[in-house]
Design a protein around this ligand. Sequence first.
Ligand code: ADP
Ligand code: ADP
Length: 222
Amino acid sequence: MELQIEQVSKNYGAKHALSGITLKLKPGVTGLLGPNGAGKSTLMRMLATIEKPTHGSITWNGVDIAGKPQVLRKELGYLPQDFGVYPNLTPLEFLEYIAAMKGLSPRYARTRINELLEILNLSNDRKRLLGGFSGGMRQRVGIAQALLNDPSLLIVDEPTVGLDPGERIGFRNLLSSLSGDRIIILSTHIVTDIESIAPSIALMAKGRLVKYAAPENLLQSV
Ligand code: ADP
Ligand code: ADP
């Protein structure tokens, strides 16, 4: 399994949001670290095939995926930074809807949804309307939808925003419990969020990749 990002740039009009990003990712957790505006979300949208790079290529096991959501549909899990829930659905209804959109069989979906609601401590609230959920509960629903298809490529953008300390620990444990045989990319602007779970960190600033290193080597010779 390999995700290859080659000379990827993204412009929005005159704004260079990303410039010449080259990165080859293997199974395991990679943290994308950088201040607000560094280009983390932009890069993640490219990897999640929501947007197409202006220049450069993105390949998944050698197959070009840039701007092609259909290629990765079954293998991708994505939690966008601006994840929003439908307030008039219950978690159960919302997750069933996402499962159908991803083309999962109803039988697999039912089992998987129950399992994820249990893991994310949402079972007791599965029939309540999402509109009444706290920020942390909504974020847990977002994590559940990203994990529905047991993705081999998991992209989570600032997943711990809105989580309380207990939920953060729960999320960290959940990530560590996922098998190593998948590529997980996780963005944050807080280094302590990821140093214990990401063996590799890509440090970004101003649309560029500044360094790609293990957390303990990150601050050397930046
Ligand atoms: P981060 O996720 O690291 O905070 P972003 O990827 O959101 O950074 O943003 C990188 C830069 O690109 C910022 O300067 C932002 O204003 C700009 N940008 C992102 N998306 C758009 C867009 N849709 N249109 C114009 N500028 C954008
Ligand atoms: P919205 O339009 O409300 O943002 P969508 O219906 O496009 O939502 O998608 C719902 C959720 O499904 C999104 O939050 C996103 O995380 C996830 N999603 C969308 N497209 C894909 C995809 N190709 N693969 C995996 N998950 C996806």
